[in-house]
Design a protein around this ligand. Structure first.
Ligand code: HEC
Ligand code: HEC
Length: 235
């Protein structure tokens, strides 16, 4: 078979060479500025964790841990692989702006929560985010797309810190254990984590296994793991 290569275009090295040099002189500093802005855009306490990609372990996988408190901690650490995943923390920030992508860079364009979490006047979340993912424009979507209230901030926190928060009615939307599990199992914004659209990495496992872990953690005394525990570490 003859190769289908295109003939290389005729070059005029003098002109092109000069042109690209000038262009480079413009592009290089511009790129440096963009890269700098990109770096600044990453908050210093960004998402610390990218998931291993292993299946999410169900509560039964922890049956061998005889001590209830230890089992509780281990199951929470496993659930934290979901809770502290970029898909979740990008929308549970500690300031007024959502984050994007696995790097949790600042949202482009820069948007803020406004008074109700659904965006500032003139730039509401819903002006771009619909009730489902839009594949063509990459805009993720789910019903009632908006930022989690500031007291539910998880971004940059440890599993232990998020664990303490989830048990505190002042920081979990006034939920008791049943309401917390119900939210984890059925909320559409939580569900979006497993179906994030475009080329985004989903959170690990499936939503029911995740909710089962939260239930089992609550039923074993809702013990929080030590400060040093990282997501999934205890499994
Ligand atoms: C598009 C933004 C968005 C995404 C993405 C999102 N959340 Fe939320 N989350 C919210 C909002 C808004 C609330 C407050 C709703 C309420 O209290 O009824 C909330 C509240 C919660 C709560 C209850 C309050 C608390 O902190 O105890 C839990 C649990 C929760 N989210 C879990 C998750 C998990 C797990 C994921 C990822 C799989 C996730 N969320 C992804 C916006 C989001
Ligand atoms: C001007 C349009 C626009 C507005 C307004 C907007 N977004 Fe976005 N948002 C986008 C686009 C586009 C993406 C996808 C970026 C990508 O993945 O390339 C995105 C991504 C996100 C993500 C990242 C998902 C992930 O894990 O990667 C979150 C969270 C988010 N937006 C929350 C919000 C919230 C909350 C508001 C309102 C306060 C808002 N956005 C307002 C266009 C917008």
């Amino acid at each position: 078979m003859p190769s289908a290569r295109h003939p290389s275009p005729r070059r005029r090295p003098g002109l092109l060479g000069r042109f690209s040099k000038d262009l480079l002189a413009l592009i290089v500093p511009a790129a440096a500025v963009v890269a700098g802005v990109g770096l600044l855009g990453c908050a210093p306490n960004g998402a610390k964790h990218l998931d291993s990609g292993e299946p999410l372990q169900p509560p039964s996988a922890f049956a061998a841990v005889a001590d209830d408190a230890e089992r509780s901690q281990a199951m929470f650490a496993e659930a934290a692989r979901v809770l502290l995943h970029p898909r979740c923390v990008n929308c549970h920030p500690s300031d007024d702006s959502p984050r994007q992508l696995d790097s949790s860079r600042m949202h482009v364009p820069r948007v803020t929560r406004g008074t109700k979490g659904d965006g500032a006047a003139g730039l509401r979340c819903a002006s771009c985010h619909q009730s489902e993912n839009l594949s063509f424009t990459r805009v993720p979507g789910a019903p009632h797309w908006q930022l989690a209230p500031i007291e539910m901030a998880w971004f940059g926190k440890t599993p232990r810190e998020v664990c303490e928060q989830l048990k505190d009615p002042a920081r979990n939307g006034g939920r008791d254990a049943d309401a917390l599990v119900e939210h984890m199992r059925t909320d559409p914004l939580v569900a979006w984590g497993w179906d994030p659209g475009a080329d985004r990495a989903p959170v690990p496992g499936d939503q029911n296994t995740f909710a089962d872990l939260i239930r089992a953690w609550l039923d074993t005394g809702a013990v929080c793991p030590p400060d040093t525990t990282t997501p999934g570490a205890a499994s």
